[in-house]
Design a protein around this ligand. Structure first.
Ligand code: 13P
Length: 290
């Protein structure tokens, strides 16, 4: 199966009350590991790339080509979408051109009228190419320069206006933030999620900042209409920890332990295991079709 748009897998997840994991990739190791995990778990998956990570990997075209080549080389049969995470207006257009099958246009930092206008344009362009679209209302906070911003709450009326544009799925702040949650985090706002869901009807919703949210809250959010969960930091942490253990055990100096294929293996295997665990928590295991 070639790369697919994320529309069908997210709609099936929404109907079936589970969520699709959208895992950020950083390089070839991440791509191989996440694809292997999804194949083993027989789960559909979204591989997503931020504009910063795409720059690090030498551009959108390189990301699209790398994912397609690895996917084909590994003989992956579960549905896989390649998605732009937090795209700019120009970035989303460039990804559609480069062969991504899904894009997020994040206009949450514009005033709402401009967000709406730009979202409309991206949706029209993407849909003309069979590419699915995620938009965002209400910024998702996070840690920048050591300061952790509180997660914003999206306005249900604004969510409804974006829903009316025909967006495929919508990211809305419900107190979630990117990165590690501070000790005094108040948890997800289920009242806000309920209010948003009531206004957007059947539109599937996206939970950003999937690292470190207690499983019960994740599963409650899924039961209330969250159908895509973004995870980045979690897999970075397990990769770093496994690599650290390899180094601290002195294995770099053991024979050819310095060979990158050996040095990066524990980290890659840790990503495979953690991804499978997350897939089970999200309930998408066994949900692939081919
Ligand atoms: P985390 O890094 O907190 O898992 O968030 C990922 C994310 O939401 C990407 O858009």
């Amino acid at each position: 199966m070639v790369l697919v748009s994320a529309k069908e897998m997210i709609e099936k997840a929404h109907e079936g009350h589970y969520a699709i994991g959208a895992f950020n990739i950083n390089n070839m190791e991440w791509t191989k590991a996440i694809l292997a995990a999804c194949q083993q778990a027989n789960s559909p998956v979204i591989l997503q790339v931020s504009e910063g990570a795409a720059k690090y990997m030498c551009g959108f075209k390189q990301c699209a080509d790398m994912v397609k080549n690895i996917h084909d080389h590994m003989g992956i049969t579960v549905p896989v979408a390649l998605h732009l995470d937090h795209g700019t207006f120009e970035g989303a257009k460039a990804c559609i051109e480069a062969g991504f099958t899904s894009v997020m246009f994040d206009g949450s930092h514009y005033d709402f009228a401009e967000n709406l206008e730009k979202s409309k344009e991206i949706i029209k362009l993407a849909h003309s190419q069979g590419v699915s679209v995620e938009c965002e209302v209400g910024g998702i906070g996070g840690t920048e320069d050591g300061v952790t911003a509180k997660g914003e709450l999206a306005d249900p009326e604004q969510c409804a206006k974006i829903a009316d544009l025909g967006v495929d799925f919508l990211a809305c702040g419900i107190g979630n933030i990117h990165g590690i949650y501070p000790a005094n985090w108040e948890g997800l706002s289920f009242d806000q999620l309920k209010a948003i869901k009531e206004r957007v009807g059947d539109l599937p919703l996206v939970l950003h900042g999937g690292t470190g949210i207690p499983v019960e809250q994740v599963q409650k959010a899924i039961s209330m209409g969250i159908s895509k969960i973004n995870v980045n930091t979690d897999l970075q942490l397990v990769f770093a920890e496994a690599t650290k253990q390899y180094v601290e055990a002195g294995l770099v100096d053991d024979g050819k332990g310095y060979d990158p294929r050996k040095l990066l293996k524990p980290g890659r295997e840790a990503i495979v295991e953690r991804t499978k665990e997350l897939i089970r928590e999200f309930g998408s295991d066994g949900k692939a079709w081919n």
